[in-house]
Design a protein around this ligand. Structure first.
Ligand SMILES: [Zn+2]
Length: 309
């Protein structure tokens, strides 16, 4: 079975101001590497457009309606110091959600071994009631909720290796024992949450803050020693990866020191857990990654490993 790759041109219609790191060019960096012949075996599909009801799986009606209402007819509007909307942003966010939902459906139906959703804006900072940190809707959380509510899964694990803490995903699943949320992130760093002591109402949140300068070797120790055993013990029916690539040493927004091959290694480690617990089922969703060359190389390492399922 192949790896499913979902994207859509609407991801180019979400515009941010000049100099903003979360920019349209990120899509080109990913598209170019995945055009290489070594990725010819990918099953490629256009991301469907999710409805607002999909966003309501993870967000309050108030938030979903506010984002829809904030969508500008022209120009760009600022929602918080980092987060903007242009006329195409709502569709871009709903394509990102639609991709994650479609990926869940395809992987659970056995149409694909696993899946990578390469769209923007990212989602893991979007809380139940708030857009922030470049994120409007939380596609990883929407996918987890969809898997549980409509596909009958009992437990979903979300592993978030973006260099920033996924405060939004933590907020959404704080009191939900059906979802394990594990995050590795640089600390202190934006958004400031993600201390070890934040564990959720049911001890289903695991935060692993790492100091600036943490390199691949130290990351692998944390992954092997803590992340993998915890995810395995949760016995998930599906693993969702919040795949940010801003822990790469070249990234301008953070100070960790991973290389592209480290993302391949982490992918393999989670694939081994998935093989053991849930028939290899992994859905990976793009989050951050702001150095274009590092982003392209890291996505290549990640997707190349997924294709070895
Ligand atoms: Zn990030």
């Amino acid at each position: 079975m192949a790896t499913l790759y979902l994207t859509h041109p609407d991801a180019l219609r979400h515009l941010t101001p000049p100099g903003h790191p979360e920019r349209v060019e990120r899509m080109g960096a990913i598209g170019r590497v995945l055009d290489d012949p070594r990725f010819a075996g990918l099953m490629r599909q256009e991301a469907p457009l999710a409805g607002l009801d999909s966003a309501r799986l993870a967000h309050s009606d108030r938030h979903v309606d506010a984002i829809a209402a904030a969508s500008p007819a022209e120009g760009i509007v600022q929602l918080d110091p980092d987060t903007w909307m242009s006329p195409g942003s709502l569709d871009a966010a709903l394509r990102a959600a639609g991709a994650a939902e479609r990926a869940v459906q395809a992987v659970l139906a056995g149409e694909a071994a696993n899946a990578f959703c390469g769209l923007r804006p990212p989602g893991h900072h979007a809380e139940i009631d708030k857009a922030m940190g470049f994120c409007l809707f939380n596609q990883a959380a929407i996918a987890a909720r969809r898997a549980i509510r409509d596909h009958g899964l009992e437990r979903v694990a979300i592993v978030d290796w973006d260099v920033h803490h996924g405060n939004g995903t933590q907020d959404i699943f704080w009191a939900d024992p059906s979802v394990l949320y594990v995050s590795t992130h640089e600390h202190p760093l934006y958004p400031g949450t993600g201390a070890r002591s934040e564990r959720g109402e049911h001890d289903t949140i695991l935060n692993l803050p790492l100091p600036a300068g943490t390199d691949g070797a130290a990351y692998r120790e944390v992954f092997e020693g803590i992340v993998v055993p915890r995810v395995d013990a949760f016995q998930p029916d599906l693993i969702i990866i919040s795949a940010g690539f801003d822990a790469h040493r070249r990234d301008p927004l953070a100070n960790l020191a991973l290389a592209a091959e480290d993302f391949g290694w982490m992918t393999r480690a989670l694939m081994d857990v998935a093989d053991h617990r849930c028939g290899g089922r992994i859905v990976s969703v793009l989050e951050g990654g702001y150095d274009l060359a590092a982003l392209g190389g890291s996505v290549a390492a990640h997707v190349e490993m997924l294709m070895q399922a």
